[in-house]
Design a binder for this molecule. Structure first.
Ligand code: AMP
Ligand code: FE
Ligand code: FE
Ligand code: ZN
Length: 281
């Protein structure tokens, strides 16, 4: 069984429609794929329908943008939650709104030095999609400032750049609680991705576990080797679900579908724990 539980469509910062993502997953030889767009679930219906047509397993999910009390970014994957649970929807709407304000600020700063503007960014973002730095990167590519998203993230869009602006997001402990209330399963995404910026202190892991965190995404290309050792010990100590996944973004990132996989027993645990939405298996 080839199971990949982390992939993005153009409902957020992936480059393919949810349906095309499912077709790509099938072409990549996957048996099960999860759709985990940032901060919204509007791709679920199309993905589920195409998965049913293709005969591939589908796990509806999402990746919630969070920020801990010290300002460190945390991404929380969740699976099989009730997509209509209002307290979670309220948080997500606020978060997507703050993303727009923040993206406009980044664009205003960049526009002082480069030929880009908000309209150009919108040309690279589907209406209603969760806007993020990748869409600004695409605008910079079309303006000829950088070669690709990766180059943009290495320089002008990096968290260390003078153009970088952060945005307020939900506390990861609250996100974990809301996912639980919505009948979903929460998995801390790429927790030791030190190349992307600061990683949380050990106390944040314990806070999230105390709040009811279900699992850790360990086999992910951005987790450091030492980080994976730490995560495996933590998962064993607290009997957490462990996942592996690609974090595919279509042509927007080098990550390939199926480059990391999740064990079938772990998917079984996710499905057995969740009560908010059905998986298609
Ligand atoms: P944001 O949520 O706006 O802060 O942007 C972060 C998003 O950018 C993440 O979801 C990543 O998928 C994406 N990202 C981070 N680094 C890179 C990179 N080097 N190339 C392409 N996309 C990236
Ligand atoms: Fe992303
Ligand atoms: Fe992420
Ligand atoms: Zn992701």
């Amino acid at each position: 069984m080839r199971i990949d539980l982390h992939a993005h469509s153009n409902v957020s910062d992936g480059t393919e429609t949810p349906g095309d993502l499912i077709r790509a997953a099938q072409a990549a030889g996957l048996d099960v794929v999860a759709l985990t767009d940032h901060d919204q679930t509007t791709g679920w219906d199309e993905a589920r329908q195409v998965a049913a047509e293709c005969g591939i397993g589908f796990v509806p999910g999402m990746e919630i943008t969070c920020q801990d009390t010290t300002g460190i970014s945390v991404h929380l994957l969740c699976y099989l939650q009730d997509p209509e649970y209002q307290p979670l929807l309220d948080e997500l709407a606020e978060s997507r709104g703050s993303r727009v304000v923040r993206a406009r600020r980044i664009v205003d700063l960049l526009a002082e030095d480069f030929p880009i503007n908000w309209d150009l960014v919108n040309e690279h973002c589907q209406p209603g999609a969760t806007v993020g730095r990748p869409h600004i990167a695409d605008a910079l590519v079309s303006a000829g400032v950088v070669e690709d998203r990766n180059e943009a993230f290495a320089h002008v869009l990096s968290t260390r750049s003078k153009y970088y602006v952060s945005h307020p997001s939900i506390d990861p402990r609250d996100a974990v609680r809301l996912v639980r209330e919505a009948g979903g399963v929460s998995v801390f995404a790429h927790p030791m991705a030190s190349s992307r910026g600061r990683v949380v202190p050990e106390s944040t892991f314990h806070d999230m576990i105390d709040a009811g965190l279900h699992g850790l995404e360990i086999d992910h290309r951005d987790n450091s080797a030492e980080g994976k050792v730490f995560l495996r010990a933590l998962a064993a100590e607290h009997d957490l679900i462990v996942t592996g996944a690609s974090d595919y973004h279509g042509t927007g990132k080098l990550n390939r579908l199926g480059e990391n996989l999740t064990e079938p027993e772990m998917l079984e645990r996710i499905v057995a724990t969740a009560t908010g939405s059905p998986a298609l298996l």
